[in-house]
Each structure stands twice: as C-alpha cells, then as structure tokens.
Design a protein around this ligand. Structure first.
Ligand code: C5P
Length: 234
C-alpha cells in the first residue's frame, strides 16, 4: 500500500508546531529537508519522531564516498527511518551510504534506515537535463541513475510518477519508489514540472508519495492531508 509523506518545509517554530499539530494522528511520514534541517538542526528528527511520526530526512547527500559515509552515520544516529543521496554521486558513494548507515544502526541497536537515491529532480524538464549534460529522455536518465543506485544496494529511488512504473519494471517490485511532484487535480503545480495526481501515483505503483505545499500552504493542512489520503485510496 502506498504511503503519504508530508514535506514540512518550514523554518519558523510556530509554523512547525502548527503543522505537526494539524497532522497529528494522521498515518503520514514527515519529510524534513534543507529548509527545516538547516533551520532547526538534525535534532529535529527526534522531536518529530516523539510526536508519533516516521521521518524521512531529505538530506540529498552528494560528495566523495568517505564524506557521504560519515554523514550517513550521523543521519542514522538522528533516528531518521529513511534518508537519501544523489545517485549521480556514483556507485561507490551510494554504496558507502548504504553500508555505513547499516553498520551504524547495528552498532546502536536500531533498525537500519532505508536509503534511497535521487534520480532526476521533478522540477527538471528534458531541456533542463540536457543543459546539465544528461543524455536521452528524463525517463532514460532516471532509469540509468536508478540502476547505479540499485547496483550499489540502495533500497529504492526518488523519481517522478512518470518513471515509477518503468523503475519497478526494470528493478523489481520491491525496489522502492518515492515520488514527489504530486498535485491534486486542478492545484497549482508551482516549480514542479513532471507532476501527477495522488490517485495517478498510487496506480503507477509509487510506494511513497511526497507532498509539500498543497498541504503546508493550505488554510487547513489537516483537512488537506486527510483529503489526499482519501484520494489516494480512491
Ligand atoms: O511543495 P512540493 O509538493 O512541491 O514539495 C516537494 C518536496 O519534495 C520538496 O521538499 C522538494 O525538495 C522534494 N523533492 C522534489 N523532487 C525530488 C526530490 C525531492 O520535489 N526529486
């Protein structure tokens, strides 16, 4: 069954508290990304977990393997149950994230976090990816990057809904797909380019749907989240 992850992209304490309270009791994960983690620090993971949520630390690691391995240990120690790296960092970098996070978790007696690789950001069009040197369609580029992640032992990838079915086809049903770029029908797509509706994402086989502004920017985030869960379940 697909799960919903709410991207809590905030930097003010009152906004953070209001959102967590509004989402309290709903069966969702919370994604903490650059804005919230840089504003509050990695200790935010434990604060959010203590409110009963599972946490995806959207740290998008991308550096030399030694640095990413060490950072993966720190992220694992924070208690995040899922975190990510950029597949474009290459095989050795992805493998060191996966291996060092598992080692650190076992040292701490924790379940190891899931590690997924970012393929192509959902805000990029085919022209954008060509401009930075990728070849082929966004789907071909995403599959190539997903292959790097899979061979390095990652649990899955972050990709758009458009690529989710082909990722599953190429790498198997248990290889996780985490899909941002989700917009309820008729909603503003903002800077996202490769978007899908929540139901479309579920039907495409996305394991995790990542939704930010349609919930965090709503007048009533709790109601917007509940509506998304209903739409996902048809
Ligand atoms: O507000 P919105 O629903 O567009 O938020 C999507 C979230 O997913 C943001 O936090 C963004 O950083 C993240 N994300 C993304 N595309 C990726 C990876 C992460 O949009 N490929």
């Amino acid at each position: 069954m697909s799960e919903l992850i709410i991207a809590v992209d905030v930097r003010e304490e009152t906004k953070l508290q209001d959102l967590l309270s509004a989402l309290s009791g709903q069966p969702v994960w919370i994604k903490l990304g650059f804005e919230s983690l840089y504003a509050f620090g990695l200790s935010l993971v434990e604060r959010v977990r203590s409110r009963g949520f599972r946490v995806f630390a959207d740290v998008k690691l991308h550096d030399i393997p030694n640095t990413v391995g060490a950072a993966s240990r720190v992220v694992t120690r924070s208690g995040a149950q899922l975190f990510n790296v950029h597949c474009s960092g290459g095989h050795a970098m992805c493998a060191s994230a996966r291996e060092e996070s598992a080692e650190e978790a076992s040292k701490l007696g924790l379940p190891r976090p899931l590690v997924v690789g970012v393929t192509i950001l959902t805000s990029l069009s085919v022209d954008d990816i060509h401009a930075v040197g990728y070849l082929g369609t966004t789907q071909e580029a995403a599959l190539r990057l997903a292959g790097i992640g899979q061979r390095a032992g990652l649990d899955g990838v972050v990709c758009s809904v458009q690529e989710a079915a082909s990722v599953k086809g190429a790498f198997g049903a248990t290889f996780l797909t985490v899909c941002p770029g989700i917009r309820p029908a008729g909603a503003d797509v903002q800077d996202q380019k490769r978007v899908s509706t929540p139901r479309g994402a579920v039907l495409a086989g996305a394991d995790f749907l990542v939704v930010g502004r349609p919930v965090t920017g709503a007048m009533d985030p709790g109601a917007a989240c509940a509506a998304l869960l209903r739409e996902m379940n048809g």
